[in-house]
Design a protein around this ligand. Structure first.
Ligand code: NAD
Ligand code: UDP
Length: 342
């Protein structure tokens, strides 16, 4: 089936890969983005990969008039909602901004969807909704609870979608709970390009390998894990993007999806420590990457690894790309960015 899909935040790190995966699967794509955390040239790069071309609507997802014009101009079958703010540290400093943009954006978008009869939604949620998980690997029925304002916006939006699906029985949604997306598109043209000092491990390692940062700070080596450093479930962003296509197609097939918002983990189900990630990246780069163990980062948990069984069972999706590929692709994109920046 060929669908027309609105991807909000489609110029961002994950959204650009989702747009490319949708085009690759033969769908039509409309991107709504205000470029508050991305660049317009990303759209050209998505379209250079093709096949077909994504249509861009530049604007804020909170703007009802823009949404009405967009839904009026394009016959949208489903929405993938990725637009939002995502920096945990910033959300602690600016909790109201996070409510306004993330929750406000979601409410404005869902209102517009209902006004225009668009009843299929895939939402970008996060493993952060599990907070400090009690059991590993984490299944979707684990107790929810988060430790920061960013995570609270994700929980709030999941709850709003639950309520919309109860009130409108023909509405169907999937909330994808991402674990740790890393890597880049095989073309080397799409990837993660954070502004300022990266918060996340992979961009920090990549910038250190490129000589932009002096050394990687390893946040604690006294966790109760195999080498003392934090363990996460890293997932290649192209696998993650393909998970969105699988979720979308599941919703469009329509078997037992209406009247519910189903949470689904997207992870590999494999834990990698900070030292293991560093070693793998070193192999991809072929040179040493300086690091130093420093104090734990406040709020970090020792281990978060997905049980991705539901995604496989329900969507027929499973991550295919391993850690070596994640590092190689992340590094290829970093090198290309460095060349572009001179
Ligand atoms: P990103 O910042 O690269 O992409 C977000 C995109 O949304 C950007 O292009 C930005 O310009 C756009 N945007 C922001 N506010 C907007 C608004 N009000 N109106 C229109 N466009 C707006 O982030 P990402 O890493 O691609 O994340 C995408 C989604 O996935 C986010 O909702 C994020 O919370 C979620 N997520 C990300 C991660 C991760 O590790 N990257 C993990 C879990 C969940
Ligand atoms: N980490 C680190 N140094 C960094 C950034 C992260 O040691 O500069 C560690 C962090 O403590 C965690 C893992 O790397 O154990 C993944 O952190 P990231 O911020 O990428 O993801 P999240 O904490 O959201 O899972």
């Amino acid at each position: 089936m060929r669908a027309t899909v609105l991807a909000t935040g489609g110029a961002g790190y994950i959204g650009s890969h989702v747009a490319a995966a949708l085009l690759a699967a033969g769908h039509q794509v409309v991107i709504l983005d205000d470029f508050s955390n991305s660049r317009p040239e990303v759209i050209d790069r998505i379209n250079a990969i093709g096949p077909g071309r994504a249509v861009l609507v530049r604007g804020d997802v909170r703007d009802g008039a823009i949404l009405d014009a967009l839904f009026g101009a394009h016959r949208i079958d489903a929405v993938i909602h990725l637009a939002g703010l995502k920096a945990v540290g910033e959300s602690v400093e600016k909790p109201l901004l996070y409510q306004k943009v993330n929750v406000g954006g979601a409410v404005a978008l869902f209102e517009a969807m209902l006004r225009h009869g668009v009843m299929r939604l895939v939402f970008s949620s996060s493993a952060t909704v599990y907070g400090m998980p009690e059991r590993m690997p984490v299944t979707e029925d684990a107790r929810l609870g988060t430790t920061n304002p960013y995570g609270r916006t994700k929980l709030a939006i999941e709850g709003i979608i639950d309520d919309v699906a109860v009130a409108h029985r023909d509405f169907a949604a999937i909330s994808l709970r991402y674990f740790n997306p890393v890597g880049a598109h095989a073309s080397g043209t799409l990837g993660e390009d954070p502004r300022g000092v990266p918060n996340n491990l992979f961009p920090y390692i990549a910038q250190t390998a490129a000589g932009v940062r002096e050394r990687v700070r390893v946040f604690g080596d006294d966790y109760p894990t195999r080498d003392g450093t934090g363990i996460r479930d890293y997932i290649h962003v192209v696998d993650l993007a393909e998970g969105h296509v699988a979720a979308l197609e599941h919703l469009l097939r329509g078997d037992d999806v209406e009247g519910r918002n189903r949470p689904i983990n997207l992870g590999c189900g494999k834990g990698t420590s900070v030292l293991e990630a560093l070693a793998a990246f070193r192999r991809a780069v072929g040179t040493d990457i300086p690091f130093q163990v420093v104090a734990r980062r406040p709020g970090d948990v020792p281990e978060v690894v997905a049980d991705p069984g539901l995604a496989e069972q329900l969507l027929g999706w499973r991550a295919k790309r391993g850690l070596a590929q994640m590092c190689a692709d992340h590094w290829a994109f970093q090198r290309r960015r460095m060349r572009e920046l001179g």
